[in-house]
Design a protein around this ligand. Structure first.
Ligand code: ADP
Ligand code: MG
Length: 702
């Protein structure tokens, strides 16, 4: 909606007024005409068909039936007082019941008359029943005029709104009024050639039909048009911002592959790179030679070898005289990267330092100095790396290893770290669904490592119920006897830390009884331990002094013990899918066959069952990410909550993948042909950049 009219405050709409405006704002965030128009129905109720009583089944949603009223009767006393009416059609009988508004209903119901009744059916004593049905006298000609023979919108409302007669029906009336008065002000915002090519319905018509369609087809067309529009403009903005950035910022040019890279490749790299790793390295090479700042997302499953790719990219930067850094979301993970990279490059090859909150001041000062004089090549740490007081001599490449925690704004902060902003490589710890990547990271280029290193045996995943605990213990013993190590993980959920700690303590006790000294040794790690204690326990496990690591999810990130080949997850039904996948990724790092055992109670929710089944069925993180999003919705995937990018009103990233892809491809095509949107047919698109409310807070991104 690009015009003034739709920014009119809601109190000016006929039938609203100050009091109702207040609740609309408070309860639904409806401030302007436009917000109301975009308060889309969450479903439509089918009033196009009449059901026969005989065909009504339990669990049916709202149904419409044509009946003749036979009798009515007030029964019960005080609290149980109710109005019961009997009705029938040519296939059976139905009982209608009212507990409220009895007097009024009693007065208007006339036995012998024919009514259109509408409501949710139920069964009581084997009889079909309907409580508080909507009743309309049957007037064959009037039905059409009232719009009864159509799909009726259902709107979300609240108790508070209902007090102001703004239940679903009340809201429907307001929207209907708004459309009647202002439909003409809804202007088209897509060029005609796009409408034609994608067979999109006109905009004003779509707004009408998404609320009040005449039939299912109209509704579908309206939804398609508005989803397309929403995703199109989102992509237009994201890709415009990418274009602006490329325009505004030059990029460091890494045109040299020199001593560091070659030396590492020839003498230090302990394995052959996978084809996927090579391909991604090539993509990064191309990006960093163009003179444009790289902004690339590197996706790859757990264990696909993202770290080596990042390291080799950094070596190229170093070969070209630049410094680099890796930013991790937690200290544990930063520490892990530090160890990994030190392990890969060895001593006295390049200067690598770790900077976290726990680095003492003195050491910190040394790091700062070395950063400023350029002698430090790789700095690894947490957010601390981008604090203003950390100054680099010549920062050329930043690797962000994130769990969806670094938003667009934080990335933007990095761009200011050098005269020419550093190249940026974002690595995701868990794969995210394609649609999310295209929106959340829509301004980035994407590389995917879709292949695991050769010779890796897929982890075998089993689901055991509590009843099979002894079998699970037996399995643990068998693997430990072979020299393997085992993780046992308990859930940790913030709201009930006490309970979880209790779980962990009980679990530890059971484990200690089942696996007693001196044959068995157990490490215990949880969030309540001091850092030094935690580290001590972890080290014992890493060195192989203990065979079992009992832990809460703190081990999710940051532990790499190739000899650990069994992952037991207790109360697995309480974990989210991506978390389960992350945990499982802790094993399968060595040459041995690894196992993951999901322990659960017999009582499982539908979702819980789906999660465990999915884990047993597949090791593919991308597949798991898709299912995770289907179960929880895109807004509940970690890190997406604060993202304004996902503030979608009508499109749904779970189901509208195809439309999103179409819209994105179209935008790419448009920018290729007409980067400035200067062609006459694209004038119309400029308007989108001038309004603040196209579903995205634009200033944050540009
Ligand atoms: P990710 O960060 O993608 O989860 P890592 O980079 O930590 O994966 O790699 C997982 C393990 O696989 C590491 O021990 C790493 O050294 C090893 N690795 C990486 N690439 C290869 C490869 N091409 N062949 C064999 N092992 C590899
Ligand atoms: Mg890693």
């Amino acid at each position: 909606m690009n015009n003034q009219q739709f920014q009119t405050p809601i109190e000016y709409l006929k039938g609203v007024g100050l009091a109702r405006a207040e609740v609309l704002k408070k309860e639904l965030g409806i401030y302007h005409f436009e917000d109301l128009l975009k308060h889309f129905p969450y479903k439509h109720i089918d009033r196009t068909r009449f059901y026969k009583i005989r065909d009504i089944e339990p669990d049916m949603p709202y149904v419409q039936v044509l009946v003749r009223l036979m009798s009515k009767e007030l029964i019960g006393e005080k609290h149980t007082r109710r109005l019961v009416a009997q009705a029938k059609d040519d296939t059976g009988f139905i009982e209608l019941v009212w507990f409220q508004g009895i007097k009024f209903v009693e007065k208007i119901l006339v036995p012998g008359k024919v009514y259109v009744i509408f409501g949710k059916p139920g069964f009581f004593n084997n009889k079909v029943q309907m409580a508080h049905p909507e009743m309309d006298a049957y007037l064959p000609n009037a039905i059409k005029q009232n719009g009864n023979l159509s799909l009726q919108p259902a709107y979300s409302s609240t108790k508070k709104l209902e007090q102001f007669t703004l239940d679903s029906k009340g809201i429907s009336k307001l929207i209907s009024g708004l459309l009647k008065q202002h439909a003409r002000d809804i202007h088209e915002n897509l060029p005609a050639y796009i409408l034609n090519r994608f067979k999109l319905a006109p905009r004003a018509e779509s707004y009408r039909n998404i609320h009040f369609p005449n039939d299912a087809n109209q509704l579908k067309e309206a939804q398609y048009r508005l989803k397309f529009e929403e995703l199109f403009f989102l992509q237009l903005k994201l890709l415009k911002s990418k274009q602006n950035r490329n325009h505004k910022f030059k990029g460091n040019i890494f045109n040299l592959v020199g001593h560091y890279f070659n030396e590492f490749y020839a003498h230090k790299l302990p394995f052959e790179l996978t084809d996927a790793q090579k391909r991604v390295l090539k993509e990064i090479r191309l990006d960093t030679q163009r003179g444009v700042q790289m902004n690339r997302l590197l996706q790859g499953d757990v264990g696909s070898g993202k770290t080596v790719v990042a390291l080799m990219s950094m070596l190229i930067a170093i070969d070209n005289g630049f410094q680099t850094c890796i930013m991790a979301p937690t200290e544990i993970l930063a520490n892990q990267h530090y160890q990994t990279i030190k392990g890969l490059v060895g001593d006295s090859f390049i200067e690598v330092a770790l900077l976290t909150g726990s680095v003492p001041n003195k050491a910190r000062k040394v790091i700062h100095e070395k950063l400023e004089d350029g002698s430090l090549n790789i700095l690894i740490g947490t957010h601390a790396l981008i604090e203003d007081k950390v100054q680099y001599k010549n920062l050329g490449l930043v690797v962000i290893d994130e769990q969806h925690r670094f938003g667009v704004e934080q990335r933007a902060k990095l761009w200011r770290k050098n005269v020419v902003p550093p190249h940026i490589l974002v690595m995701t710890a868990t794969p995210i669904p394609r649609t999310l990547a295209m929106t959340l990271y829509g301004d980035l280029d994407v590389s995917v490592i879709d292949q695991l290193p050769a010779g890796r045996k897929p982890i075998e995943t089993l689901h055991y119920y509590e009843a099979h605990r002894l079998r699970m213990f037996g399995f643990m013993k068998q693997e430990i006897a072979k020299g393997r190590q085992v993780y046992v993980v308990y859930p940790l959920i913030k709201e009930s830390e006490k309970l979880d700690l209790k779980n962990l303590e009980d679990g530890t006790e059971i484990m200690s009884r089942e696996f007693p000294l001196p044959n068995y040794r157990i490490s215990i790690v949880h969030g309540k331990l001091k850092a030094a204690e935690k580290d001590f326990e972890m080290q014992r496990f890493i060195k192989g002094e203990t065979q079992i690591m009992v832990a809460t999810t703190v081990i999710e990130v940051g532990v790499n013990v190739p000899n650990a080949s069994v992952m037991i997850i207790e109360n697995a039904e309480r974990f989210g899918l991506s978390q389960l996948h992350q945990l499982r990724g802790r094993v399968g790092r060595g040459a041995e066959q690894s196992f993951c055992i999901l322990m659960s109670s017999e009582k499982l929710s539908q979702d819980g069952r789906t999660r465990l089944k999915t884990m047993v069925k597949t090791n593919n993180g991308f597949e798991i990410a898709e299912i995770d999003m289907q179960l929880r919705g895109p807004g509940n995937i970690e890190g997406t909550q604060q993202s304004g990018v996902l503030d979608l009103k009508v499109a749904d990233l779970t189901t509208d993948q195809e439309i999103l892809q179409q819209a994105r491809n179209l935008v790419i095509e448009i920018f290729e042909k007409d980067p400035q949107l200067a062609l006459p047919e694209h004038q119309i698109l400029h308007l989108a950049f001038q309004t603040k409310n196209a579903g995205l807070s634009w200033d944050k991104i540009s």
